[in-house]
Design a protein. Structure first.
Length: 186
């Protein structure tokens, strides 16, 4: 059995979508959802889905092995970032080499890096009059959005689209493809 942990900082719609995708597959388990935000809605979603949670501070995340110990206790094999905004510390990267995946709401290397997330990405896409955007699923390394790309898919951007329209198109791609690509990676 492959055991996954999901890290999320906000609403958690991707985390819930992933959990529901793997629910009927006995060879996979979502062992925990972890968050750096004690008021993140993802924690309510996890509770409703009966998935254990852990909330942690920046110092616990960056300066201790508390997260690694928790993941070891849950026998986690693979980590999924789903709207998690912090750069991962080296101890976590070393413990899970080539076993941490992230999704970015643009076609990397465009619109990536520190501070480029969520609506900021979509607003930049519209401002620059891009004709397409999409999602990038990539492995994690020590830099924001620079890990090995494992999957990209595009969507067209119409001249009448707003950042909200782009966000909706991107969410649909995320919901459809992120769980499938995670399953392929496992």
């Amino acid at each position: 059995m492959k055991r996954l942990a999901i890290f999320a900082s906000g609403s958690g719609s991707n985390a819930e979508n992933i959990a529901n995708y793997f629910k009927g597959k006995p060879e996979f388990e979502i062992s925990a959802i972890l968050s750096n935000n004690p008021s993140a809605f993802v924690l309510s979603r996890a509770k409703r889905l009966n998935i254990p949670t852990l909330v942690f501070s920046k110092s616990e995340f960056k300066e201790t092995d508390e997260i690694i110990n928790f993941l070891a206790e849950k026998k986690v094999d693979f980590i999924v970032l789903a709207g998690f905004l912090w750069l991962l510390p080296l101890n976590l990267l070393r413990k899970y080499p080539n076993s941490i995946v992230n999704i970015h709401p643009a076609l990397l290397p465009k619109y990536g890096g520190k501070g480029m997330y969520g609506m900021k990405v979509h607003e930049a896409v519209i401002k620059n009059k891009e004709k397409e955007s999409g999602i990038t699923i990539h492995m994690i390394n020590e830099n924001y959005d620079e890990g090995k790309i494992v999957f990209q898919i595009k969507c067209n951007i119409e001249t009448t689209d707003t950042a909200i329209d782009v966000a909706e198109k991107i969410h649909q791609l995320e919901y459809e493809f992120y769980p499938k690509i995670i399953e392929q990676l496992l």
